[in-house]
Design a protein around this ligand. Sequence first.
Ligand code: NAD
Length: 296
Amino acid sequence: MSRIAFIGLGNMGGPMAANLLKAGHSLRVFDLAPALVAGAVVAGAHAAIDAADAVVDAEVVISMLPASRHVEGLYLGDAGLLAQMPAGALVIDCSTIAPACAQKVAAAATARGLQMIDAPVSGGTAGAAAGTLTFIVGGEASALERARPLLQAMGKNIFHVGASGAGQVAKLCNNMALGVIMAATGEALALGSAHGLDPKVLSQMMAVSTSRSWATEVCNPWPGVLENAPASRGYSGGFGNDLMLKDLGLAAEAAMSTGASIPLGELARNLYAMNSRAGHGGLDFSSVVKLVAKDL
Ligand code: NAD
């Protein structure tokens, strides 16, 4: 059993913390939203009054925050957590952030004698709830071995892809492909629907044909096709459009820093930006289909 500080109890962090509690670990939790802290307390966690209070006595600190600025704000500076946590504590940041930011925070941790890995995840909110996430890890192998039992309590697959920041690069590659595939799947369903096809039958055919993907099988963007997909509950929950937009912006930055070409990734970034401007930024990213589908 480990003493864990868990910071960030949103769509992903909440169920991840719940799985650590189920595995018998002791958690002190903090989120800016008090209702989310209260929910974790019902599941067996101890409430902290702020992030510094959460890390008192922590052997491991896990964070699951929206973006780079939140992670830097949490860990760096005189009042940041790196300056507050017990000697020898391990930091596991599961947020999806800029690779350079992950490296900057990890370097600051190393300077204080602390180990840190970037461990962004794939699998969505369903994977977080089921404990079947994929962890994509950058950092030292010895730090990953310390983290492994905890990651196994929250996920099914663990990939060590390289040094600090590499987990973030690999995660951005995954999400860039996902963003393109989701937009393309929505476009195909809208085309079929415009010709009078039933999107459910079309999706069932695609799910066993060559355009098969997570977008056809698990998070289908058309309402009513899959009962448990965000599209069938007004695009609520799931992976926010603006989080996908953030990730595609990070992918664009990563491409510029190496001169890589990502024409489809750039196009997809613009589509999610348009969807955000249409007022759908807080909806699941599969709502990008609304840009091309009549009456959705
Ligand atoms: P979310 O917005 O639901 O949750 C983030 C939580 O962090 C919020 O509850 C917010 O109050 C809290 N927070 C922000 N700043 C804080 C601070 N300084 N201290 C304490 N709490 C703070 O987001 P999410 O969907 O859970 O995503 C979290 C991260 O995981 C993002 O980087 C996202 O890109 C990534 N991710 C999300 C999914 C998904 O399907 N939702 C899948 C894979 C990866």
